[in-house]
Write a protein that binds this ligand. Structure first.
Ligand code: H2U
Ligand code: ZN
Length: 349
């Protein structure tokens, strides 16, 4: 117990993007587990589902009919969490009860007309179309809003309401908390080092290799040193500074599509299930501030821990004190690295 070993001894790691800490307890990997086992959902779905509100030509909940779209399709969320109106909030009567107005919009993005596919299973050319749409939506909404949040919630475990391949984009006129933390941290780092924090980090990890999952000429996916979720990853362009998605060149979009296909296939292969996750993109806010500290990046937060049905919960100490993990980031990266890039469903056919 005298010499510290990061694979044996409890320690804390700091997330430089947020300034927050995570407790790492690698010795706990050996303990017995008797928790909840969730049934694995049946995965065989039709190409077209007449009851799906996202399939082409179908009616949505609010009475609108989807067009017969053939690649991607975007619409304003019928139950949007943000609205494009500003009303002054009323006085709550006490300074401890603070409120402020917020203006925004929410859209839903269908990745494909095919009800039975997932982003992981789409051909690279179709994933590229999704990347183009993410970039286009970021640019368009960036004209009106300060923060554009592109994301995908995949799987019941993460609260996705429908298996049809889709994501969302929310845009608003304030910097939400996660964005504000990353903005603060990246600006401070840039002020001190004159380079984007995540570009420096990506280049270090690419050389070091231990936490890398997949990489190509322009892109890198790694399990960050400070990961909280068991198989959390970060997706970063490592070749040049890129502040926002709409700055990506054609070649970089092709590279991202390839990398996404490979990463998401590995995730599905990990427990031979459609892996649940929240995937989302962070880039420089649209508020006239210096964009150079920002490096575009994607976060993937998957809840699964040790099988298709055993997930990690953020509860107990994590909710009350700080996040904690058992499996180290390096161990998680090694597991993801050794997986096949051929989807298990393809292999079974
Ligand atoms: P999620 O699966 O990530 O929940 O996204 C689906 C969104 O689709 C959800 O936010 C919206 C829901 O409000 N929706 C519509 O806009 N119209 C519908 O007819 C059903 C669902
Ligand atoms: Zn559908």
């Amino acid at each position: 117990m005298n010499t510290f070993s990061p694979t044996e001894h409890p320690h804390r790691r700091r997330n430089p993007l947020t300034g927050e800490w995570v407790l790492v307890s690698p010795h706990r990997m050996k303990r017995p587990w008797q928790g909840k086992v969730e049934p694995v959902a049946d995965e065989d779905r039709p190409r077209y589902d007449p009851d799906c509100y996202l399939c082409p030509g179908n009616d949505r909940a609010a009475g609108t009919t989807n067009p017969d779209y053939t690649d991607t399709f975007v619409f304003t969320n019928d139950f949007a969490a943000l609205l494009p109106v500003t009303l002054k909030t009323s006085d709550t009567g006490h300074p401890l009860l603070a409120t402020e107005p917020v203006r925004g919009t929410c859209r839903v993005i269908c990745f494909s007309p095919r009800h039975d596919l997932t982003l992981a299973e789409l051909p690279p050319a179709d994933i590229r179309r999704v990347v183009d749409l993410w970039a286009q939506q970021t640019e368009e909404l960036g004209h009106d809003y300060r923060w554009v949040q592109v994301f995908e919630n995949r799987g019941d475990l993460m609260g996705a309401s429908n298996p049809h391949p889709h994501g969302q984009v929310w845009a608003l006129d304030v910097l939400p908390d996660e964005a504000a933390k990353e903005d603060r941290q990246q600006r401070a780092y840039f002020g001190e080092h004159g380079a984007p924090l995540l570009l420096d980090y990506a280049q270090f990890e690419l050389e070091q290799g231990e936490r890398v999952v997949v990489a190509n000429d322009d892109w890198l996916t790694l399990v960050p040193h400070w990961a909280v979720w068991p198989f959390e990853t970060l997706i970063v362009p490592h070749r040049r500074p890129i502040a926002r998605m709409n700055e990506l060149s054609g070649a970089e979009r092709i590279g991202l599509a390839a990398l996404l296909g490979s990463l998401l296939t590995r995730y599905d292969n990990l427990f031979e299930t459609h892996f649940a996750y929240t995937l989302g993109w962070h880039g420089a806010p649209f508020d006239g501030t210096d964009t150079r500290p920002w490096q575009l990046h994607g976060h993937v937060y998957p809840p699964l821990l040790r099988s298709a049905s055993v997930r990690k919960f953020i509860a107990g100490f994590e909710l009350l004190a700080e996040p904690q993990r058992d499996l180290t980031a390096e161990q998680a990266a090694a597991r993801l690295r050794e997986l096949s890039e051929i989807h298990y469903r393809e292999r079974r056919r």
